[in-house]
Design a protein around this ligand. Structure first.
Ligand code: APR
Length: 258
């Protein structure tokens, strides 16, 4: 069981608003490959060939083969104790939200309600001509380069490719959450892809207690107030357990009407 500092537990026990910022690392224990790890996707595939509009224009078949493969991999995995711990945090704190860079939809599948998706969602697709949504079932049934059922236009996955703007609403929510957090948890991200990677420091500059959860140090580690070194699926449930124990002890020490 990891040890947590008194300062971290006190900060979180008193916190009104807590925000979790997640990257591919939180889904690693579910079996979803990360991007920049030793077996990461970018060690096998070239993002410039698969995750930008030029690549899609050049070879939509190749890009769709890759996304169809990722859709199948993600459909076969389950949320892990790290995702579940964030669902419990949403019940525990007055104000809690998840800002995620992940497109795997595992936070929602775990039961998180407040989720801001900065890079889209692999369970959604849309027509590039008329904007009509298409389900994964439809696009995977069609195979190849799927076409819109209404106008015949080319359908693309609803994910943010390199060089594309982040969805404005989600970004605005994420910035507001970062600026108003008492505690900001940066979980399972290498913190190198911008603008998302600017959020932890934005939160810290607005007074948040910045906590990083990662088995490896990142460029953010030196700026974090706490570095919880280890896998999210172990650290987060243990942190939740410590917070629940603290609240129970406080409750016993100060019963209602005390
Ligand atoms: N628990 C917590 N962190 C983990 C775990 C784990 N079990 N396993 C690995 N990690 C950490 C790694 O040490 C690494 O720092 O997760 C991080 C994953 O980093 P990346 O692979 O770079 O993923 P991410 O930060 O989410 O990438 C950001 O880049 O490729 C684009 O759009 C893509 O959203 C993605 C963005």
């Amino acid at each position: 069981m990891p040890d947590f500092s008194d300062r971290l537990i006190a900060c979180m026990a008193q916190a009104n608003r807590v925000t979790a910022f997640t990257g591919a690392g939180i889904s690693a224990e579910s079996g979803v490959p990360t991007f920049r790890g030793t077996d990461g996707l970018w060690s096998k595939f070239r993002p410039e060939e698969l995750a930008n509009m030029d690549a899609f224009m050049r070879n939509p078949q190749l890009v769709w083969e890759w996304y169809a493969h990722r859709k199948r991999v993600i459909a076969d995995v389950q949320p892990n104790p790290g995702h579940i711990a964030l669902v419990r945090m949403e019940e525990f704190f007055t104000h809690f939200g998840v800002i995620t860079q992940n497109i795997d939809n595992l936070h929602r599948r775990a039961g998180s309600r407040t989720v801001y998706e900065l890079h889209g969602n692999i369970e959604r697709n849309y027509c590039m001509e008329c904007g009509k949504p298409a389900t994964n079932e439809e696009v995977l049934r069609q195979g190849g380069v799927p076409r819109c059922g209404s106008c015949g236009g080319v359908v693309r996955p609803d994910v943010v490719w390199f060089g594309e703007m982040l969805p404005e609403d989600e970004w605005d929510h994420a910035v507001r959450a970062a600026e108003s957090s008492d505690v900001f948890l940066s979980i399972g991200t290498s913190a190198v892809v911008y603008p998302a990677a600017s959020l932890p420091l934005l939160a810290k500059d607005h007074g948040a207690y910045l906590v990083e959860v990662n088995p490896e140090p990142t460029p953010l580690t030196d700026r974090a107030d706490e570095f919880l070194q280890g896998p999210a699926g172990v650290i987060l449930p243990a942190l939740m357990h410590a917070l629940e124990e603290t609240r129970a002890a406080d409750g016993a020490a100060h019963p209602p009407g005390d």
